[in-house]
Design a protein around this ligand. Structure first.
Ligand SMILES: NC(=O)c1ccc[n+]([C@@H]2O[C@H](COP(=O)([O-])OP(=O)(O)OC[C@H]3O[C@@H](n4cnc5c(N)ncnc54)[C@H](O)[C@@H]3O)[C@@H](O)[C@H]2O)c1
Ligand SMILES: [Zn+2]
Length: 372
């Protein structure tokens, strides 16, 4: 078992990573959040696999535990789903009280929505994260950003609400579909590019075993990544400065996700997950950086090879025909401020923020993504 601290003063907590943890969630939760009732928020894929084990453990830990399930998938990360979750929480055999605990069980969608429920239920109750996707393990379960999407754009409604603890059972990754494992790897490559060249090297060395699901290596991968995320969040919890570095690849990535990522179409393989969009966004950002002499051409081809090795896309036909720039502008308007790009700062492993990237640079990068 490994632990990584998240240092946030009075809101500090620990991330615990290990195998066979689900049966210990009750004991681990009661160590950080005393309470009479617990609401496990999970989706229709993860619930049938793991909710019984978590509910049983919470019951053994002294909680009246209820499981509240929502339909899996990013299109359901909405206020309508939140409203339905509240209806069911208030109708639970043991109604919520200020001391209740919300338990997020699932990927980033379950975590973001459970966190938002916890932030707003009775003006805020304790919550713990039990992430089950690689993306949630290495990224979304840590840092306290919670919320839902709006038709206007992603993650436009939400709150900061830190968990009391993050309990990562790496055995849960055994049931994660390979396409979702790849999606999570995008955030790992991102962490390497923004903070740690040795992580990029390590993923290069172990790509095959990691994608094969080797549990010890996945545990090490998660520990290295949450340590980076925890350090960034500890330095800048509310994203006044360096936390924005975590948005590397996300400026163009989110715009791609808004048009190409949301609809799980007839062809499952063609549906771009969050990480797939981030991979394309990182390729585009690197392209812009090369044009500004901020990154060597060899470094961008190196990252593209690595993305391919972990089954992520580096090109997307037809993107140039979509108004990606228009979506970025709309997003900028809604959030306020300039379109801010995170770009490598001379080499892999460090980045800077740029507010002066031109439309032409963005359009050229999207053109590059659309090529072969
Ligand atoms: N809050 C943050 O700081 C933050 C950071 C990054 C991403 N996010 C958000 O996270 C979301 C993406 O997260 P995600 O990729 O985990 O999506 P997700 O929650 O939709 O999970 C992906 C799919 O895998 C399934 N799944 C998860 N764990 C499983 C398991 N162990 N076995 C079988 N199936 C499993 C889910 O049911 C879903 O179908 C996005 O909404 C993104 O905006 C939030
Ligand atoms: Zn992301």
């Amino acid at each position: 078992m490994r632990t990584v601290p998240v240092e946030l003063g009075a809101r500090s907590y620990q991330i615990t990573i290990g195998r066979d943890l689900l049966g210990r969630i009750g004991a681990m939760t009661s160590a950080v959040a005393e309470g009479a009732s617990a609401y496990i928020i999970t989706d229709t894929n993860v619930g049938p696999l793991y909710a019984d084990a978590v509910a049983g453990s919470l019951s053994a830990g002294g909680y009246a535990a209820s499981v509240v399930t929502f339909p899996a998938g990013e299109p359901n990360k909405t206020l309508a789903t939140i409203s339905d979750l509240f209806d069911r929480i208030f109708a639970a055999p043991r109604p919520p009280e200020r001391g209740s605990v919300v338990v997020a069980l699932g990927g980033g969608v379950a975590g973001d929505m459970a966190g938002f429920v916890a932030a707003t239920l009775l003006r805020g109750v304790a919550f713990v994260q039990v992430p089950t996707s690689l993306l949630a393990d290495v990224d979304s379960s840590v840092g306290g950003k919670t919320g839902v999407d709006h038709a206007t754009g992603k993650n436009l409604i939400g709150a900061f609400h830190q968990p009391r603890g993050v309990f990562i059972d790496t055995d849960a990754l055994a049931t994660l579909p390979p396409v979702e494992l790849a999606s999570g790897m995008a955030e790992c490559v991102k962490h390497g590019i923004i903070r740690d060249l040795s992580l990029v090297e390590w993923i290069e060395q172990h790509a095959g075993e990691l994608m094969g699901g080797e549990p010890d290596l996945l545990g090490e991968l998660i520990a290295r990544n949450v340590a980076i995320k925890a350090a960034v969040v500890a330095a800048d919890e509310r994203e006044a400065g360096e936390r924005a570095h975590l948005n590397f690849g996300h400026t163009i990535g989110h715009a791609i996700e808004a048009v190409a990522g949301f609809e799980p179409g007839a062809d499952e393989q063609d549906y771009l997950r969050h990480g797939h969009c981030v991979a394309l966004g990182m390729v585009a950002a690197n392209r812009i950086a090369v044009g500004r002499d901020l990154l060597a051409e060899t470094d961008t081809t190196r990252i593209e090879s690595l993305l391919k090795a972990v089954n992520l896309p580096t090109r997307r036909e037809g993107l140039a025909d979509i108004d990606v720039l228009g979506i970025m502008r709309r997003d900028k308007k809604v959030r306020g401020g300039a379109i801010r790009f995170v770009l490598p700062a001379g080499a892999l492993g460090r980045v800077d923020i740029h507010a002066d990237v031109t439309d032409k640079e963005i359009l050229d990068a999207i053109e590059y993504l659309s090529g072969s």
